[in-house]
Ligand binder design. Structure first.
Ligand SMILES: [Zn+2]
Length: 399
């Protein structure tokens, strides 16, 4: 059973732009989902998120379960009501954060044992518990609990984690009590091993779920391994269902993986990088703490329509970012808006039959350097795009 509709509007190779109709909102894909850890985006209100044109955001079950807790959401009408958010919402299973944030996490067939950071007591997160909490939170898309292993794990442990994730998916499907209101996505595992990935894909596709996530990447593997596993997954995943690549959010990665046929992304990168004074721009990044912006009275991006670019100069943000939280807040606004506009432009390029041209122009802007005649691209970007018949432009004729 599915509580979503997925309509492909236009295609270019493996890339597609679609309307994903969720219980709370019609989302156009490919889409970037900002992460709002504790029920509200770091410092941003729901109104600001709407103004930035965020269509779907991610809530971390781990943090929400610790405070205010699943029971609370069951009573208050869910996270949508709680944060006054009327658009799309996705929650993760909580497993990834339990394994990465807890000192003592141990995985057994029953679930993930961990020490509560709240009171030091031992807790057990089972697939059934994760789904129960996510049913109480009430997001449009909920995620299965999977057996999380480091991306560079191999051998018996990797195989065990992949098969266990399939068994846990079955327990999640069984425990899911709101199938007509919430969509449960499986998480494809199998690390960097193509054969394990294929077994996992085959088994999970058999379960005929509303959409599918690609998990276990973006954790320290080489970019060459990364794109090949993404491409293998999108080759096998059903055409008529949304595909979500977890934990990926660098602008170059978003574009390459959208070319490879991914529809949804999430990452803390645009918000986290704001804290270090970094702005995302069409040409790459600006480190606004640098002295060279002290007297730069232009906005971060002249064509950007966000509040920060309309009202503040790079000089103002340079001054604010080093000492005031408001500087980080203003940068977060711009960086999220940047990701939204980037994906919007990518979607438009598919509709206008100009996707390869758009990708070429973007990569050229990202990688060209002043005074350099030939542009040097990372090999993985060249090869990933060549796999989709997109050839990059090496002449730097804009100096
Ligand atoms: Zn801006």
């Amino acid at each position: 059973m599915s509580a979503l509709e997925f309509e492909i509007l236009a295609k270019s190779g493996k890339a597609r732009t679609s309307i994903l109709t969720l219980p709370h909102y019609k989302v156009t894909t490919p889409i970037f989902q900002p992460v709002g850890t504790c029920g509200s985006m770091k410092g941003l209100t729901s109104k600001q998120l709407r103004e930035l044109d965020c269509q779907i955001i991610l809530g971390n079950t781990y943090h929400l379960a610790l405070h205010p807790g699943g029971e609370f959401f069951g009573k208050c009408g869910g996270l949508h009501e709680f944060m006054n958010w009327d658009r799309g919402l996705l929650t993760d299973s909580g497993g990834f954060q339990m394994v990465s944030l807890s000192k003592l996490a141990e995985v057994t067939e029953e679930g993930v044992n961990f020490i509560s950071p709240k009171d030091g007591s031992q807790m057990l997160l089972k697939p059934e518990t994760s789904i129960k909490i996510q049913n109480q939170i009430g997001a449009d898309i909920i995620m299965q609990l999977d057996d999380v292993v480091h991306v560079l794990t191999s051998g018996k442990r990797l195989e065990e984690a992949m098969y266990r994730s399939i068994r846990w998916l079955d327990r999640c499907i069984k425990a899911h009590s709101r199938k007509s209101e919430q969509n449960l996505f499986p998480i494809i595992q199998g690390g960097l091993n193509p054969e394990l990935r294929k077994i996992c894909l085959k088994e999970m596709i058999k379960r005929d779920c509303p959409g599918y996530a690609i998990g276990g990447l973006s954790g320290g593997e080489s970019k060459d391994q990364f794109w090949k596993i993404v491409s293998l997954c999108t080759d096998y995943l059903p055409e008529n269902k949304p595909r979500y690549l977890m934990g990926v959010g660098f602008p170059v990665d978003l574009i390459v993986c959208s070319v490879l046929g991914v529809d949804m992304f999430d990452c803390v990168y645009p918000t986290r990088t704001s804290r270090f004074g970094t702005a995302l721009v069409w040409e790459g990044t600006l480190k606004l703490k640098s002295e060279k912006y002290q007297f730069d009275f232009d906005p971060i991006e002249k064509d950007c329509d966000c509040l920060t670019c309309k009202k503040y100069t790079k000089s103002a943000i340079h001054t604010l970012v080093t000492k005031e939280t408001v500087g980080c807040h203003l940068l977060t606004i711009h960086n999220i808006r940047f990701q939204m506009r980037l994906m919007q432009r990518f979607r438009e390029s598919i509709k206008n039959n100009k996707m390869p041209e758009f990708v070429r122009a973007f990569m050229k802007a990202q990688f060209k350097k002043k005074g350099e005649k030939k542009i040097v691209y990372p090999t993985w970007v060249i090869e990933a795009l060549q796999s989709q018949q997109i050839e990059l432009d090496y002449e730097n004729d804009e100096d």
